[in-house]
Design a protein around this ligand. Sequence first.
Ligand SMILES: Cc1cc2nc3c(=O)[nH]c(=O)nc-3n(C[C@H](O)[C@H](O)[C@H](O)COP(=O)(O)OP(=O)(O)OC[C@H]3O[C@@H](n4cnc5c(N)ncnc54)[C@H](O)[C@@H]3O)c2cc1C
Length: 440
Amino acid sequence: MAETRITESARADPRNGPDVLVAGGGLAALCAAIAARRAGASVWMVDAAPEALKGGNARHGRNIRVAHDGPSAFVPDGYPVAEFEADLRRADPGADPALVAPLARDSRDLPRWLTAQGVAFQPRAGDALPYSRRTVFLLGGGTAMVNALARTAGALGVRVLQGTAVEEVAPDGRAVLCGDGGRTEVTAGAVVAGTGGFQANRAWVREAFGSAADGVLNRGTPHADGRLLRALLDLGAAPAGDAAHAHLVAVDARAPADDGGIVTRADGMAWGLVLDRDGCPVRDAAHETGSARYSGWGRLVAGCPGGIAHVILDDAGLARLGRRVYAPRIMPETETLARALALDPATLADTLRREGPPGGPPWHVVSIRPGLTFTGLGVRTDADGRVLDAARAPLPSLFAAGMIMAPAVLGGRYLSGTALTVCAVFGRRAGEAAARHALA
Ligand SMILES: Cc1cc2nc3c(=O)[nH]c(=O)nc-3n(C[C@H](O)[C@H](O)[C@H](O)COP(=O)(O)OP(=O)(O)OC[C@H]3O[C@@H](n4cnc5c(N)ncnc54)[C@H](O)[C@@H]3O)c2cc1C
C-alpha cells in the first residue's frame, strides 16, 4: 500500500470502505459495531491491538453501574434512574446535561441488551460478591464479556481487523488505516471513534501531569495512545474535561508498566504507616472510604517525590490484607527495612515508634505507585455520539463513544462501575446513529 495522508484538497473516493468504520476494539467499539450492524449497516471494526489483547480495558473490568426498579437475579434492591442521574450530577456538577439523562435512562436496558449480545452476569450468590445495589457483576469478568461480544460481532458479519490502527479521519468519512500491510485510505459512510483515552502515551501523560507523571503505571491496554483523540481535536472537535485530571489508584510498584489489571491494586494504607521515598509519613487527610479511598491514594502517591511510597504493616495489618497476587515483602527487623528502603535506621525506628503500627517487627512492606485507569480529556459529543465543534455543530460523519468522550460526563468524582456504562450506552447509541447517517 502506498503512503497516504488525508489532505484538504483530496476528494473522497466513492465509498470503498464500509457503511460504518468503527475505530477501536474495547467495549465502546464492540457495542458500536454490533449496534450499527444490527441497524443494517456494513461494519468494519479496526483495532490497533493484536488478537491477544483484543477487548481494551474492559478485559479488566468486573462490574457495571445500571439503574433498575427493583431486585433482580443479578442485583439487589432498587436504583432508580432518577437516583443514578442525581448521583452523576453530584459527582460532576459540570457534567453535560445532554449526556447525563440518556446515560442514566439507557443504563436500565443494558443488562437485557448485553445479555442479548451473549454477555452473562453473575447471579447474586450470598456473600461471594461485595454487596452492590448499583452495579451488576460480569460472570467470568470483563474478558468473558468482550469475548462474547467479539463472537457476536463476528457472527453478525462485522469485519474485524486486529493490529491495524486508524491514524487519521476526516469529516467526509475518510480514514487512514495503518497495519502490517502499510497505510491505506478508505472512505466510509461514517466513522465511530472508540479508541479510549491517552493513558499509554507517556509523552502526553508527562505533558498533562508534569512531574506527577513520574512513576505512573498504566493499568490497562498499551494501545490507548490517544492518537485519534488528538486527530479529532486537531479537526476542531470541542475538548471536554481536563488533561490534568485522571482516575489514579495506588498499585503495587512491581506491576508492569502497562496492562497490570485489577490484581495490581494495592491496599492496606488505612491500617499501616505510609512513608514516602524520604521516610516522611504520607496521610490521607480526607479519610476516604470505598472506591474513593483507592483513587485518593493514587493521587497522594502521584504527589510523592519520585511517585513512590511504601506501606508498612505489622502482622495484624497483614492478616487484614488477606491473600494478594503481589505478596508484601517481609522485613524481620527495622534495620532490614531501613536498608531495603534506603532510609536512615535511627530516624526510621523513631518514626515507627511514634507513628507505626503497634505490632512490628516483623514488618510487611508494599511499595506503591500511581496506577492510571483512564485520562480526563476527551471530545464533546451529543447523546448520539456525534462529535461537536466549539459551536456545538456536528463534524459530519464523525462519531465518538467511550472514554474518548466520557470526560464530558465523568469529569468529577468517579462513581464505580460508570466507565463501562458510558462505553456500552454511548457505544450502542453511536453505532445506531452512525448507521442511520451512513444509510440515509
Ligand atoms: C484495571 C482496570 C479495571 C477496571 N475496572 C472497571 C470496572 O470494574 N467497571 C468499570 O465501569 N470500569 C472499569 N475500568 C474502566 C473501563 O474498563 C474502561 O474505562 C473502559 O473499558 C474503556 O473502554 P473504551 O472502549 O472507551 O476504551 P479502551 O478499553 O481503552 O479501548 C480502546 C481500544 O482502542 C484501540 N485503539 C487505540 N487507538 C487506536 C487507533 N488509533 N486505531 C484503532 N484502534 C485503536 C485499543 O487497541 C483498544 O482496543 C477498569 C479499567 C482498568 C484499567
